[in-house]
Design a protein around this ligand. Structure first.
Ligand code: UDP
Length: 243
């Protein structure tokens, strides 16, 4: 069996990935499946951080579009990510993992506050840390929150686990001839406006030379395969400057 290639990995899980076949909400089966994939990663010796989205419950921009104040709507969106984080923490704890939610918004009765110092110490001690509330500020996404936390905890790799098995040149749901990329650099992804992550998130990764892999959360063992250096999904890297 291949050795572990990445010591510390940040996994971004979109809210949609947690709703399974439902139109919205949280599917308990998806919580259990996701928790077991994360636990396998942790048991293999990888230090695991997780950022969860909230799109299965609420998106601030959508709500603001129907008249709500944007900042209020984003606060509500961040609270949705806390709900998903608590569900995932519950799934992990039930499976015997040592997991904790750290939130960018303070709510001490519900979860722990995020500090970079605590997070680094505890992840190094083997705790699975679920980062909730994105960046803690409105007008951002959890993709940007994930890039930020990944850099702050000095992750060696960021994985975006979604319902799609990589990045395509066009929407694979609507186009039968869509082609999946194996490798990309951030400049290509930004220039070609590929549906990877928002630009702010990609710029953070690019500036800090953090590699990203987009893969399918429903592919069993994909996270562990990636940790062992196997090619899965689509990898996005920084284009190295020509000498
Ligand atoms: N959000 C925010 N600041 C952040 C991260 C998220 O205000 O740093 C809010 C925003 O309203 C967003 C919602 O939380 O729409 C849910 O996050 P996101 O849409 O990124 O979830 P995902 O698409 O990954 O499920």
């Amino acid at each position: 069996m291949a050795a572990i290639k990445y010591k510390r990995i940040l996994v971004k899980i979109s809210g949609e990935a947690l709703m399974g076949q439902q139109d919205s909400g949280i599917d308990p089966l998806m919580i259990d499946k996701t928790a077991s994939e994360l636990l396998a990663l942790s048991q293999a010796g990888v230090e695991v951080g997780v950022v969860v989205g909230g799109g299965n419950l609420l998106r601030g921009a959508t709500l603001a579009g129907s008249g709500l104040d944007r900042v209020t709507a984003d606060h509500m969106g961040m609270l949705a990510t806390v709900m998903n984080a608590l569900a995932l923490q519950d799934g992990l704890l039930r499976q015997g993992a040592n997991a904790v939610v750290m939130s960018g918004l303070l709510m001490p009765q519900v979860c722990e506050p995020y500090t970079q110092r605590d997070a680094r110490r505890r992840i190094a001690a083997g705790e699975v840390i679920i980062f909730a509330a994105g960046t803690g500020s409105p007008y951002f996404t959890t993709d940007t929150g994930a890039s930020l936390r990944a850099i702050e905890i000095q992750a060696d790799l960021m994985i975006k686990a979604t319902k799609v098995d990589g990045i395509y040149d066009k929407d694979p749901v609507r186009h039968a001839d869509a082609r999946r990329f194996v490798d990309l650099d951030y400049d290509q992804a930004i220039d070609q406006r590929l549906a990877v992550m928002d630009v702010a998130a990609m710029i953070l990764c690019n500036d800090n030379a953090l590699d990203l892999v987009v893969c399918d959360i429903n592919q069993p063992g994909a996270l562990l395969d990636l940790a062992r250096g196997k090619s899965v999904g689509t990898r996005v890297t920084r284009k190295e400057a020509k000498p």
